[in-house]
Design a protein around this ligand. Sequence first.
Ligand code: PBG
Length: 330
Amino acid sequence: MITGKYPTLRLRRSRKYDWSRKLVQENNLSSSDLIYPIFLIEGKNRKQSIKSMPGIYRYSIDQLGIIINNVIKNKIPMVALFPSTPNKKKDKIGTEALNEDNLVCRAIRFIKKRFKNNIGVMSDVALDPYTSHGHDGLLKKNYVMNDETIDVLIKQALIQAQMGCDVIAPSDMMDGRVGKIRKFLDKNKYHDVQILSYAVKFASNFYGPFRDAVGSKKSLKSDKKNYQMNFSNSDESLREVALDIKEGADMVMVKPGLPYLDVIQKIKDNFKIPVLAYQVSGEYSLIKNGIKNKIINEDCIVESLMSFKRAGASAIVSYFALDISKKLKF
Ligand code: PBG
Protein backbone atom coordinates (compact mmCIF):
# COMPACT_ATOMS: atom_id res chain seq x y z
CA MET A 1 0.00 0.00 0.00
CA ILE A 2 2.55 2.60 1.09
CA THR A 3 4.90 3.65 -1.68
CA GLY A 4 7.96 5.59 -0.70
CA LYS A 5 9.19 6.61 2.69
CA TYR A 6 10.29 9.57 4.73
CA PRO A 7 12.16 11.83 4.00
CA THR A 8 11.36 11.59 0.27
CA LEU A 9 7.71 10.99 1.02
CA ARG A 10 6.07 13.73 3.08
CA LEU A 11 2.28 13.48 3.42
CA ARG A 12 2.16 17.00 4.83
CA ARG A 13 3.01 18.39 1.36
CA SER A 14 -0.58 18.07 0.16
CA ARG A 15 -1.88 19.57 3.40
CA LYS A 16 0.09 22.79 3.12
CA TYR A 17 -2.40 24.99 1.22
CA ASP A 18 -6.14 25.20 1.10
CA TRP A 19 -6.23 24.59 -2.68
CA SER A 20 -4.21 21.43 -2.38
CA ARG A 21 -6.17 20.12 0.60
CA LYS A 22 -9.27 20.58 -1.55
CA LEU A 23 -7.74 18.67 -4.47
CA VAL A 24 -7.13 15.53 -2.44
CA GLN A 25 -10.30 15.71 -0.32
CA GLU A 26 -11.92 12.27 -0.42
CA ASN A 27 -15.48 13.07 0.70
CA ASN A 28 -17.91 15.94 0.38
CA LEU A 29 -21.00 17.07 2.19
CA SER A 30 -23.80 18.88 0.42
CA SER A 31 -27.42 19.77 1.09
CA SER A 32 -28.49 16.88 -1.11
CA ASP A 33 -27.09 14.49 1.50
CA LEU A 34 -29.51 15.70 4.16
CA ILE A 35 -32.99 14.85 5.39
CA TYR A 36 -34.71 17.30 7.74
CA PRO A 37 -36.94 15.91 10.53
CA ILE A 38 -39.97 18.03 11.48
CA PHE A 39 -42.09 17.65 14.63
CA LEU A 40 -45.80 18.39 14.28
CA ILE A 41 -48.44 19.60 16.76
CA GLU A 42 -52.16 20.17 16.53
CA GLY A 43 -53.55 23.69 16.43
CA LYS A 44 -52.99 26.87 14.50
CA ASN A 45 -50.11 29.30 14.31
CA ARG A 46 -48.00 27.34 16.75
CA LYS A 47 -44.23 27.07 17.06
CA GLN A 48 -43.47 25.35 20.31
CA SER A 49 -39.95 24.96 21.67
CA ILE A 50 -38.73 21.61 22.96
CA LYS A 51 -36.86 21.79 26.23
CA SER A 52 -34.43 18.96 25.55
CA MET A 53 -33.72 20.05 21.95
CA PRO A 54 -32.60 23.68 21.83
CA GLY A 55 -33.33 25.30 18.45
CA ILE A 56 -35.87 22.64 17.43
CA TYR A 57 -39.64 23.24 17.51
CA ARG A 58 -42.96 21.54 17.11
CA TYR A 59 -44.96 23.20 14.34
CA SER A 60 -48.64 23.30 13.52
CA ILE A 61 -49.47 22.43 9.92
CA ASP A 62 -50.11 26.03 8.88
CA GLN A 63 -46.45 26.81 9.67
CA LEU A 64 -45.12 24.12 7.33
CA GLY A 65 -45.30 26.30 4.22
CA ILE A 66 -42.54 28.59 5.48
CA ILE A 67 -40.32 25.76 6.62
CA ILE A 68 -40.67 23.62 3.51
CA ASN A 69 -40.01 26.68 1.34
CA ASN A 70 -36.79 27.13 3.27
CA VAL A 71 -35.91 23.46 2.98
CA ILE A 72 -36.40 23.55 -0.80
CA LYS A 73 -34.51 26.83 -1.16
CA ASN A 74 -31.56 25.24 0.60
CA LYS A 75 -31.73 22.17 -1.65
CA ILE A 76 -32.56 19.55 0.98
CA PRO A 77 -34.29 16.71 -0.92
CA MET A 78 -36.58 15.30 1.77
CA VAL A 79 -38.28 15.94 5.10
CA ALA A 80 -39.28 13.35 7.72
CA LEU A 81 -42.49 14.02 9.66
CA PHE A 82 -43.03 13.13 13.32
CA PRO A 83 -46.36 13.86 15.01
CA SER A 84 -46.72 14.75 18.66
CA THR A 85 -50.11 13.22 19.34
CA PRO A 86 -52.27 14.70 22.13
CA ASN A 87 -52.61 12.20 24.98
CA LYS A 88 -56.38 12.08 24.64
CA LYS A 89 -55.95 10.57 21.18
CA LYS A 90 -53.70 7.76 22.41
CA ASP A 91 -54.96 4.34 23.42
CA LYS A 92 -53.63 0.84 24.02
CA ILE A 93 -53.83 -0.23 20.39
CA GLY A 94 -52.85 3.04 18.72
CA THR A 95 -56.19 3.51 16.94
CA GLU A 96 -55.24 7.02 15.82
CA ALA A 97 -52.53 5.56 13.54
CA LEU A 98 -55.28 4.46 11.16
CA ASN A 99 -57.16 7.74 11.14
CA GLU A 100 -56.59 9.32 7.75
CA ASP A 101 -57.23 12.71 9.30
CA ASN A 102 -54.54 12.32 11.94
CA LEU A 103 -51.83 14.93 12.25
CA VAL A 104 -49.23 13.27 10.07
CA CYS A 105 -51.75 12.44 7.32
CA ARG A 106 -52.96 16.04 7.19
CA ALA A 107 -49.36 17.26 7.08
CA ILE A 108 -48.49 14.92 4.18
CA ARG A 109 -51.54 16.09 2.23
CA PHE A 110 -50.71 19.74 2.90
CA ILE A 111 -47.09 19.44 1.77
CA LYS A 112 -47.79 17.33 -1.30
CA LYS A 113 -50.62 19.58 -2.45
CA ARG A 114 -48.58 22.72 -2.06
CA PHE A 115 -45.11 21.55 -3.11
CA LYS A 116 -45.82 18.56 -5.37
CA ASN A 117 -42.64 16.67 -6.18
CA ASN A 118 -40.30 19.51 -5.35
CA ILE A 119 -39.76 17.83 -2.00
CA GLY A 120 -39.79 14.20 -0.84
CA VAL A 121 -41.86 13.32 2.21
CA MET A 122 -40.94 10.46 4.48
CA SER A 123 -43.03 9.16 7.33
CA ASP A 124 -42.45 6.55 10.05
CA VAL A 125 -44.62 3.48 10.15
CA ALA A 126 -44.85 2.41 13.79
CA LEU A 127 -47.41 2.77 16.55
CA ASP A 128 -45.44 4.58 19.24
CA PRO A 129 -46.80 8.08 18.50
CA TYR A 130 -50.29 6.69 19.09
CA THR A 131 -50.09 4.16 21.94
CA SER A 132 -50.80 5.10 25.56
CA HIS A 133 -47.92 2.84 26.68
CA GLY A 134 -45.42 4.37 24.24
CA HIS A 135 -44.40 1.08 22.63
CA ASP A 136 -44.14 0.64 18.87
CA GLY A 137 -46.63 -2.21 18.70
CA LEU A 138 -49.54 -4.06 20.28
CA LEU A 139 -48.88 -5.40 23.76
CA LYS A 140 -49.76 -8.70 25.32
CA LYS A 141 -48.52 -9.24 28.86
CA ASN A 142 -46.09 -6.37 28.33
CA TYR A 143 -44.54 -8.07 25.31
CA VAL A 144 -44.79 -6.35 21.93
CA MET A 145 -46.49 -8.78 19.57
CA ASN A 146 -44.87 -9.12 16.18
CA ASP A 147 -47.34 -10.51 13.63
CA GLU A 148 -50.43 -8.87 15.12
CA THR A 149 -48.64 -5.51 14.98
CA ILE A 150 -47.72 -6.00 11.32
CA ASP A 151 -51.40 -6.41 10.46
CA VAL A 152 -51.90 -2.83 11.69
CA LEU A 153 -48.67 -1.49 10.18
CA ILE A 154 -49.60 -2.51 6.63
CA LYS A 155 -52.80 -0.48 6.95
CA GLN A 156 -50.93 2.47 8.42
CA ALA A 157 -48.44 2.30 5.53
CA LEU A 158 -51.20 2.19 2.92
CA ILE A 159 -53.01 5.18 4.43
CA GLN A 160 -49.82 7.23 4.43
CA ALA A 161 -49.15 6.22 0.81
CA GLN A 162 -52.69 7.23 -0.13
CA MET A 163 -52.07 10.64 1.44
CA GLY A 164 -49.10 11.08 -0.90
CA CYS A 165 -46.19 9.97 1.25
CA ASP A 166 -43.17 9.18 -0.97
CA VAL A 167 -41.06 7.13 1.41
CA ILE A 168 -42.54 4.80 3.99
CA ALA A 169 -40.18 4.14 6.86
CA PRO A 170 -41.04 1.18 9.07
CA SER A 171 -39.18 2.06 12.24
CA ASP A 172 -40.14 -0.52 14.83
CA MET A 173 -37.77 -3.46 14.20
CA MET A 174 -40.56 -6.04 13.83
CA ASP A 175 -39.62 -9.19 11.94
CA GLY A 176 -41.09 -9.45 8.46
CA ARG A 177 -42.74 -6.06 8.20
CA VAL A 178 -40.93 -4.81 5.09
CA GLY A 179 -42.13 -7.74 2.97
CA LYS A 180 -45.71 -7.50 4.21
CA ILE A 181 -45.82 -3.73 3.67
CA ARG A 182 -44.32 -4.03 0.17
CA LYS A 183 -46.88 -6.67 -0.78
CA PHE A 184 -49.82 -4.67 0.57
CA LEU A 185 -48.69 -1.46 -1.14
CA ASP A 186 -48.22 -3.29 -4.45
CA LYS A 187 -51.59 -5.02 -4.17
CA ASN A 188 -53.13 -1.56 -3.83
CA LYS A 189 -51.14 -0.22 -6.77
CA TYR A 190 -48.63 1.83 -4.80
CA HIS A 191 -45.60 0.14 -6.37
CA ASP A 192 -43.78 3.44 -6.73
CA VAL A 193 -43.85 4.28 -3.05
CA GLN A 194 -40.40 3.61 -1.62
CA ILE A 195 -39.59 1.72 1.56
CA LEU A 196 -36.79 2.97 3.76
CA SER A 197 -36.32 0.34 6.43
CA TYR A 198 -34.92 1.26 9.81
CA ALA A 199 -33.16 -2.08 9.40
CA VAL A 200 -30.58 -1.53 12.09
CA LYS A 201 -32.08 0.39 14.95
CA PHE A 202 -30.44 -0.07 18.30
CA ALA A 203 -32.15 0.01 21.70
CA SER A 204 -30.34 3.25 22.34
CA ASN A 205 -30.14 5.70 25.19
CA PHE A 206 -29.75 8.56 22.71
CA TYR A 207 -33.47 8.76 21.83
CA GLY A 208 -34.45 10.57 25.04
CA PRO A 209 -35.02 14.07 23.61
CA PHE A 210 -37.05 12.66 20.69
CA ARG A 211 -39.39 10.86 23.05
CA ASP A 212 -39.77 14.15 24.88
CA ALA A 213 -40.50 15.93 21.58
CA VAL A 214 -43.24 13.51 20.49
CA GLY A 215 -44.58 13.06 24.01
CA SER A 216 -43.92 9.34 24.47
CA LYS A 217 -41.31 9.79 27.21
CA LYS A 218 -43.69 9.88 30.17
CA SER A 219 -45.86 7.05 28.92
CA LEU A 220 -43.00 4.64 28.14
CA LYS A 221 -42.41 2.68 31.33
CA SER A 222 -39.94 0.03 30.25
CA ASP A 223 -37.36 -0.04 27.44
CA LYS A 224 -37.54 -1.33 23.86
CA LYS A 225 -34.92 -4.06 24.19
CA ASN A 226 -37.19 -6.89 23.13
CA TYR A 227 -37.50 -5.47 19.63
CA GLN A 228 -34.70 -2.98 19.00
CA MET A 229 -31.16 -4.29 18.57
CA ASN A 230 -28.62 -4.85 21.34
CA PHE A 231 -25.98 -2.15 21.03
CA SER A 232 -23.23 -4.69 21.68
CA ASN A 233 -23.90 -6.39 18.35
CA SER A 234 -22.52 -5.80 14.90
CA ASP A 235 -22.82 -9.04 12.84
CA GLU A 236 -26.52 -9.15 13.62
CA SER A 237 -26.93 -5.94 11.62
CA LEU A 238 -25.87 -7.82 8.47
CA ARG A 239 -28.62 -10.37 9.04
CA GLU A 240 -31.17 -7.60 9.58
CA VAL A 241 -30.15 -5.85 6.36
CA ALA A 242 -30.00 -9.07 4.32
CA LEU A 243 -33.56 -9.91 5.35
CA ASP A 244 -34.88 -6.44 4.56
CA ILE A 245 -33.24 -6.40 1.14
CA LYS A 246 -34.88 -9.74 0.35
CA GLU A 247 -38.21 -8.36 1.51
CA GLY A 248 -37.91 -5.39 -0.85
CA ALA A 249 -36.39 -2.45 1.04
CA ASP A 250 -35.18 0.31 -1.28
CA MET A 251 -32.88 1.84 1.35
CA VAL A 252 -31.80 0.92 4.85
CA MET A 253 -31.15 3.08 7.87
CA VAL A 254 -28.67 2.75 10.70
CA LYS A 255 -29.70 4.49 13.88
CA PRO A 256 -28.29 6.18 15.98
CA GLY A 257 -25.41 7.61 13.96
CA LEU A 258 -22.12 8.58 15.53
CA PRO A 259 -21.78 5.64 17.93
CA TYR A 260 -22.44 3.23 15.02
CA LEU A 261 -20.15 4.36 12.20
CA ASP A 262 -18.58 0.88 12.19
CA VAL A 263 -21.99 -0.60 11.42
CA ILE A 264 -22.61 1.81 8.53
CA GLN A 265 -19.27 0.91 7.02
CA LYS A 266 -19.78 -2.79 7.48
CA ILE A 267 -23.17 -2.71 5.76
CA LYS A 268 -21.82 -0.60 2.92
CA ASP A 269 -18.94 -3.06 2.46
CA ASN A 270 -21.28 -6.02 2.36
CA PHE A 271 -24.32 -4.79 0.41
CA LYS A 272 -24.77 -2.51 -2.53
CA ILE A 273 -27.83 -0.71 -1.23
CA PRO A 274 -28.15 2.93 -0.15
CA VAL A 275 -27.42 3.16 3.56
CA LEU A 276 -28.78 6.15 5.44
CA ALA A 277 -27.65 7.35 8.85
CA TYR A 278 -29.84 8.91 11.52
CA GLN A 279 -28.05 11.42 13.72
CA VAL A 280 -30.59 11.12 16.51
CA SER A 281 -31.96 13.59 19.02
CA GLY A 282 -29.48 12.80 21.80
CA GLU A 283 -26.56 13.31 19.44
CA TYR A 284 -28.07 16.60 18.27
CA SER A 285 -28.65 17.96 21.77
CA LEU A 286 -25.18 16.99 22.98
CA ILE A 287 -23.49 18.84 20.12
CA LYS A 288 -25.93 21.76 20.26
CA ASN A 289 -25.47 22.24 24.00
CA GLY A 290 -21.71 21.95 23.60
CA ILE A 291 -21.82 24.79 21.09
CA LYS A 292 -24.22 26.86 23.19
CA ASN A 293 -21.98 26.53 26.22
CA LYS A 294 -18.87 27.28 24.15
CA ILE A 295 -17.29 23.92 24.93
CA ILE A 296 -16.97 23.09 21.24
CA ASN A 297 -17.39 25.27 18.16
CA GLU A 298 -19.92 25.17 15.34
CA ASP A 299 -17.61 23.40 12.90
CA CYS A 300 -18.20 20.25 14.95
CA ILE A 301 -21.51 19.93 13.10
CA VAL A 302 -19.93 19.50 9.66
CA GLU A 303 -17.24 17.28 11.15
CA SER A 304 -19.86 14.97 12.63
CA LEU A 305 -21.89 14.90 9.41
CA MET A 306 -18.81 14.27 7.27
CA SER A 307 -18.03 11.19 9.36
CA PHE A 308 -21.20 9.58 8.02
CA LYS A 309 -20.11 10.25 4.46
CA ARG A 310 -16.69 8.78 5.22
CA ALA A 311 -18.33 5.68 6.63
CA GLY A 312 -20.34 5.29 3.41
CA ALA A 313 -23.76 6.79 4.15
CA SER A 314 -25.74 8.05 1.14
CA ALA A 315 -27.76 10.49 3.21
CA ILE A 316 -28.15 11.63 6.80
CA VAL A 317 -31.26 12.44 8.80
CA SER A 318 -30.18 15.32 11.01
CA TYR A 319 -31.83 18.03 13.09
CA PHE A 320 -28.94 20.24 11.96
CA ALA A 321 -29.95 19.80 8.29
CA LEU A 322 -31.70 23.13 7.73
CA ASP A 323 -29.21 25.31 9.60
CA ILE A 324 -26.16 23.67 8.12
CA SER A 325 -27.53 23.59 4.55
CA LYS A 326 -27.46 27.39 4.58
CA LYS A 327 -23.71 27.21 4.96
CA LEU A 328 -23.09 24.49 2.38
CA LYS A 329 -22.63 25.47 -1.25
CA PHE A 330 -25.27 23.23 -2.85
C1 PBG B 1 -39.91 5.57 17.03
C2 PBG B 1 -38.79 6.47 16.68
C3 PBG B 1 -37.79 6.87 17.57
C4 PBG B 1 -36.97 7.75 16.86
C5 PBG B 1 -37.47 7.86 15.55
N1 PBG B 1 -38.61 7.04 15.45
C6 PBG B 1 -37.55 6.60 19.00
C7 PBG B 1 -37.77 5.31 19.60
O1 PBG B 1 -37.55 4.25 19.00
O2 PBG B 1 -38.18 5.33 20.75
C8 PBG B 1 -35.78 8.42 17.47
C9 PBG B 1 -35.23 9.56 16.77
C10 PBG B 1 -34.36 10.44 17.55
O3 PBG B 1 -33.98 10.15 18.70
O4 PBG B 1 -34.01 11.49 17.00
N2 PBG B 1 -40.46 4.74 16.11
